[in-house]
Write a protein that binds this ligand. Structure first.
Ligand code: CMC
Length: 431
């Protein structure tokens, strides 16, 4: 970030204020309003942060108009096609692609932390069997701060590192156990001779009576889904993690806050909502009815898996997933999957419709991911937990960046107050 010679002028009641303009390495310039209140006595108003940069960051860049997503400068399609999840984790966490020795060391550290404290099994058992796995994950990840005290001191870089590795390593175990618990099957412990994605698939689908043979093509597809969800700059859950951590809260509490935020249907919960919507549409002849509902201002229905705050072009992750969906279904011998057919025809119908074109609404990452996950055997309730486990590395990378930033201070937005001004309390009998 460099300070420009450019500045913005703000005029209030005839008084002029100069606001510095900061230039990023990519993306639009940013007007620096940090001293605005001190100098001019006014706040800015921006609900939903549509025009506000909440931090500076070197991790991920999105060009929403071009439909471009870069991690540390590397395009997501290259990472999804040529790299793999743990290498992308290393890139996000440490800023550069690893050498073979660095990657081996990192994989070894992650692998050594895949097991959960045995007493945590009791914690799972406290939940109802019909709990949503996201509810279980929020609780269990929050509870990690009660099990791993030796990595909660955020002022100690070594403890921050151990907490980061623990979270990345244990999240697949937690997600898989949350699933096993809700279907009443015994927990399957991690196996460290398997790669990250294969280990997760096995923990979800093996049972003590019968092991699960991991198909390398499915494991590759799983790994690609993890990679495509790894980070996405200052989205709602990442901003939640940053805000929670700005108070000095421990990493497990902050990541639990991120999981809770991700669950909402406007964010990570959209993958479950999207597949439910595609199933409800059921057959292509019903597409016009649903398109009409999405356009109707009096109907709260929205096309799930469509639209994005930042992308005003096709989400590059959706492009990769559409291709992956064809590959996975082919591999599984699912010919003419009716839901994939509905998805493809719905996408084409929406893209040809002036409403979606004018509002620049395109398919996002959640549009095709559910079709792949369902074909792999996951129930819809596991879609958002898989998003959460993949995004953990992004949350942690942003959390680490924030803690190391000397400018880090507690997040404390202001407000435009529209309530009553000061008034006197009335005794209850006089109201
Ligand atoms: N279907 C129909 N209309 C839509 C949709 C949609 N999916 N998305 C936005 N619009 C319309 C909206 O009604 C509004 O119209 P108008 O200007 O006439 O009031 C306009 O487009 C702008 O929408 P917005 O809600 O102001 O935009 P936003 O940036 O606040 O919301 C969004 C972005 C992703 C929450 C929204 O597009 C949405 O609800 N999409 C469906 C849920 C979804 O797929 N979420 C996943 C997002 S990507 C993964 C992730 O973040 O986890």
């Amino acid at each position: 970030m460099s300070e420009n010679t450019k500045s913005a002028k703000l005029s209030i009641d005839g008084k002029e204020f100069d606001l510095p303009i900061l230039s990023p390495t990519a993306g639009p310039d940013v007007v620096d309003i940090r001293k605005l209140y001190a100098q001019a006595g006014v706040f800015t108003y921006d609900p939903g942060f549509t025009s506000t940069a909440s931090c500076d960051s070197t991790i991920t860049f999105i060009d929403g108009d071009k439909g471009e997503l870069l991690h540390r400068g590397y395009p997501i399609d290259q990472l999804a096609g040529q790299s793999h999840y743990l290498e992308v984790c290393y890139l996000l966490l440490y800023g550069e692609l690893p050498t073979p020795a660095e990657l081996e060391d990192f994989e070894c550290r992650v692998t050594n932390h895949t097991m959960l404290h045995e007493q945590m099994m009791n914690f799972f058992r406290g939940f109802r069997r019909d709990a949503h796995p996201m509810a279980v994950m929020t609780g269990v990840v929050g509870a990690m701060s009660a099990f791993y005290h030796d990595s909660t001191d955020i002022s100690d870089p070594w403890q921050r590192e151990v907490a980061s590795i623990r979270l990345i390593a244990k999240m697949p175990t937690i997600a898989a156990m949350a699933y096993k618990y809700t279907i009443g099957q015994p927990f399957v412990y991690p196996r460290n001779d398997l790669d990250y994605a294969s280990n997760f698939l096995r923990m979800c689908f093996a049972v003590p009576a019968e092991d699960y043979e991991v198909n390398p093509i499915l494991s590759r597809a799983m790994d690609r889904i993890f990679t495509l969800h790894a980070d996405h700059e200052q989205n709602a859950s990442t901003s939640t993690v940053r805000l929670a951590s700005s108070s000095g809260a421990n990493p497990f509490a902050c990541i639990a806050a991120g999981i809770a935020c991700l669950w909402g249907p406007a964010h990570g919960g959209a993958n479950q909502a999207c597949l439910e919507m595609l199933n409800e549409i059921g057959t292509p002849d019903r597409i016009p009815e649903f398109i009409a509902r999405a356009k109707d201002k009096n109907d709260p229905f929205r096309l799930m898996g469509f639209g994005h705050r930042v992308y005003k072009n096709i989400d590059p992750r959706a492009k990769v997933l559409k291709q992956s969906a064809d590959e996975v279904l082919d591999l599984l011998g699912v010919e003419d999957n009716p839901i994939l057919q509905v998805a493809k025809e719905l996408e084409a119908a929406a893209l040809a419709d002036p409403y979606f074109a004018e509002k620049k609404l395109f398919p996002n990452v959640d549009f095709y991911s559910g079709i792949i996950l369902e074909a792999m055997g996951f129930p819809t309730s596991m879609f958002t937990p898989i998003f959460a486990l993949s995004r953990t590395v992004g949350w942690i990378s942003q959390w680490k960046e924030m803690i190391a930033d000397p400018q880090n201070k507690i997040g404390r937005p202001r407000q435009l107050y529209l309530g009553s001004t000061a008034r006197n309390y009335e005794d209850i009998e006089n109201r």
